[in-house]
Design a protein around this ligand. Structure first.
Ligand SMILES: *[C@@H]1O[C@H](CO)[C@@H](O)[C@H](O)[C@H]1NC(C)=O
Ligand SMILES: *[C@@H]1O[C@H](CO)[C@@H](O)[C@H](O)[C@H]1NC(C)=O
Ligand SMILES: *[C@@H]1O[C@H](CO)[C@@H](O)[C@H](O)[C@H]1NC(C)=O
Length: 440
């Protein structure tokens, strides 16, 4: 698995037996890791070419959404959508939705993935030729309670006159696109802003004056993706600087959904106070101190939430910061050698425990949300959307080769995406949990 693979090399790096002549080998492998990860995370355009895509990072200022009058929506709920869940009584203890199992559900999916234009081509598995559909017919059943079906009407009523921003990496985008499909099958949305690479997008549901946007920010803090050093590409993170592409917009955001983590595993150089303070996965020749990416991730999430609290304007109404926990991948073998994800069913409860990386990355987010919540005011709420276990049980829900159209047409080696999620698919459940988080 990806994470095991990276862990192995992290250990190698720390290994006292690592001889100088092996450094070169390690160096080369890091290059391979960086290149292959970029391939997946950068979301190359779905061209028929299998060449690696290394586009420059795209930075674009966001405009504010145009105001529009609210119009309540009337109509029938469709498909798997359900009416707004009845208000949970104040006395009822909150249910732990993170503990449960996937159970068969014969009902049709909540939207037609082929018809949803919010989906970047890479996740439209059916449109790309995936013909097996069993992975669609499951629902998440928490152990001690029921998870209400996703109600687009309840979501949009909450989002009336509000702006929800998804901030993070391509998994943040995956979740945002799922939400757009869930909501736009109920009420039409207009795409009002989009940058050339679809890394920053904004839609308005005019019937509800509700805005959903996506901000690309894979490190949450300021960073430079894959900058080149001696022929190897490293991320550069500036631990004491924030990513103003989204931070500067906080005043216009009512709910932020933060989702990041995968990029922290890639070789990275860390800056603070204008100098390099550490590195993860650097070639030994750089003489940088090897630093655990777990510690860096904890630091980054903590600093980001503290800064959100610090910048909060007193005059502002309620604000919510939801943090989606780490979403595991399911490469069967060395993912950079085209490892597939061939499972066609979810894991049963207890069949697949969380790995070390997944456990740690999840815990960092859950604890950071709790710490920030304890320090924040009553109108600024922090919550973890704990998807790690339910996502870990879904090896069947990734695009695999269907990350691009007709993957087997050209012959040649096929790249598999066993990290992101097909839509419709398991990622829709992330938004089921998000809805319960905002209503709670
Ligand atoms: C989904 O949408 C596509 C494209 O609009 C359409 O061809 C297809 O029939 C739809 N599928 C279902 C099940 O409605
Ligand atoms: C529409 O929603 C935005 C927030 O996204 C808000 O600033 C604006 O005042 C709303 N417009 C109206 C007419 O209420
Ligand atoms: C790393 O340290 C060695 C030994 O101190 C030195 O010779 C070399 O120039 C240093 N490399 C860099 C890139 O600073």
């Amino acid at each position: 698995m990806l994470t095991n693979f990276l862990k192995t090399y992290q250990q190698l790096q720390n290994d006292k037996f690592l001889l100088p002549k092996r450094q070169f080998v390690t160096y080369g492998l890091y290059a391979l890791i960086a290149v292959a990860l970029l391939y997946l995370f950068v979301d190359p355009a779905p061209a028929s070419s299998t060449k690696l895509s290394m586009k420059a990072p795209w930075i674009q200022e966001e405009e504010l959404p145009p105001p529009s009058p609210p119009l309540p929506h009337q109509g029938d709920e469709k498909l798997r959508s359900a009416p707004a869940p009845s208000q949970v009584s104040a006395a009822a203890p909150p249910c732990d939705y993170s503990d449960g199992e996937w159970v068969p559900d014969p009902r049709p999916p909540p939207y037609n993935g082929t018809a949803c234009d919010a989906i970047k081509d890479g996740r439209s598995c059916m449109a790309n030729g995936r013909t097996d559909t069993d992975y669609i017919y499951w629902r998440w059943q928490p152990r001690l309670c029921d998870l209400p079906a996703f109600s687009p009407d309840a979501f949009l009523r909450w989002l009336h006159n509000k702006h929800m921003a998804f901030v993070g990496d391509s998994l943040a985008r995956n979740q945002a696109e799922s939400l757009m499909c869930l909501l736009s099958s109920w009420s039409p949305a207009e795409l009002v802003h989009r940058d050339a690479e679809s890394r920053f997008r904004r839609w308005v549901f005019h019937e509800y004056n509700a805005t959903v946007s996506i901000f690309w920010s894979p490190f949450l803090v300021k960073g430079v993706e894959k900058s080149e050093h001696a022929g190897v590409r490293y991320n550069e993170l500036f631990l004491d600087a924030f990513d103003e592409r989204w931070m500067s917009q906080l005043g216009a955001i009512d709910a932020a959904v933060l989702s990041a983590g995968q990029w922290f595993q890639i070789p990275s150089i860390y800056h603070e106070g204008g100098r390099v303070v550490g590195c993860h996965g650097c070639a030994a020749e750089f003489n940088y101190t090897e630093t655990s990416f777990f510690g860096v991730f904890r630091d980054v999430v903590g600093r980001t939430l503290a800064e959100v609290t610090r910048r909060r304007e007193d005059s502002r109404g309620e604000q919510l910061v939801a943090l989606t926990t780490f979403s595991p991948s399911h490469f069967e073998g060395e993912w950079n050698k085209g490892a597939p994800c061939t499972k066609k069913r979810p894991y049963k409860k207890g069949e697949k425990e969380l790995g070390y990386t997944e456990t740690e990355m999840r815990k960092i987010v859950v604890e950071a949300a709790a710490n920030a919540g304890a320090a924040a005011s009553s109108t600024l709420r922090f919550a973890a959307v704990d998807v790690t276990t339910l996502a870990n049980q879904r090896p069947d829900g990734h695009p695999g080769p269907y990350m691009r159209k007709n993957p087997f047409a050209g012959g040649g080696r096929v790249q598999n995406d066993c990290l992101h999620w097909c839509m419709p698919g398991p990622v829709d459940t992330f938004n089921q949990l998000l809805l319960q988080t905002i209503l709670r």
